[in-house]
Design a protein around this ligand. Structure first.
Ligand code: GRF
Length: 218
């Protein structure tokens, strides 16, 4: 992709955000778009749960919301195909999983190759899967954090785009550690989206490699 192409794409990029609940990461993306620190628009917010509080955040921002119920689909592949079709019908360029509590399968991954991001509340590859903050506390680590990565078929195993570390304190509870990590999630998710949209990166194995910055005078 040329530099001009990547910038044009960046300015016109349409995001599709998938949620299941609270939607605070969705809110951080909405806010970054509103503050113009992220040159993109949120085209659609999809939830697998009708009662997800994040749907209300999207509506308040004037964004189209759709509840796609897993019950209306016989299997995971059919559900994922429905999501892919919906996202494509809204000309979505990049899919952001933001607290989407479902495994994403091949029909969706193949429809958006290297174009699906996820935020996870640990320093991957430590503590993938559910209850990452509880896993971190039970393991006794002194540092944890947040990771934004590209989504592949491997659960929480795709190329890492941005990470941020936080200390784990002796008297932390799941709630206090989660709150500390969440601050970092909200900071790095829009940043990672920006990096992906800017282009100039490539994948080397599981590594997300950014083009080296141009040296002054070069
Ligand atoms: C976040 O901690 C995210 O890392 C995890 O689920 C939580 C979702 O929170 N995948 P919210 O819905 O974005 O507030």
């Amino acid at each position: 992709m040329s530099r001009a192409d990547s910038i044009m794409r960046h300015q016109s990029a349409r995001l599709g955000v998938l949620i299941s609940g609270r939607g605070s990461n969705l809110q951080s993306i909405i806010d970054a778009v509103a503050e113009c620190t992220l040159q993109a628009s949120v085209a659609i917010v999809i939830s697998n749960r009708a009662e997800a509080a994040g749907l209300q955040r999207a509506r308040a921002a004037g964004i189209e919301t759709v509840h796609v119920s897993p019950r209306e689909h016989p299997d995971r592949a059919s559900y994922d195909r429905a999501l892919a079709d919906l996202l494509k019908s809204r000309s979505v360029d990049l899919v952001c999983l933001a607290g989407f509590m479902r495994l994403v399968g091949e029909p969706l991954i193949d429809a958006f190759p290297s174009r699906i991001l996820n935020v996870h509340p640990s320093l991957l590859p430590a503590f993938p899967g559910l209850e990452a903050q509880r896993q971190a506390l039970e393991h006794g680590v002194r540092v944890s954090g947040a990771t934004v990565h590209l989504v592949t078929a491997e659960l929480d195993g795709g190329p890492i785009i941005v990470q941020s570390a936080v200390p784990v304190l002796d008297d932390d509870t799941v709630d206090s550690l989660s709150a500390r990590i969440l601050v970092e999630e909200h900071r790095i998710y829009p940043e990672a989206i920006r990096l992906v949209l800017e282009g100039g990166w490539r994948l080397e194995g599981r590594r997300f490699v950014r083009a080296s910055p141009t040296r002054a005078g070069a």
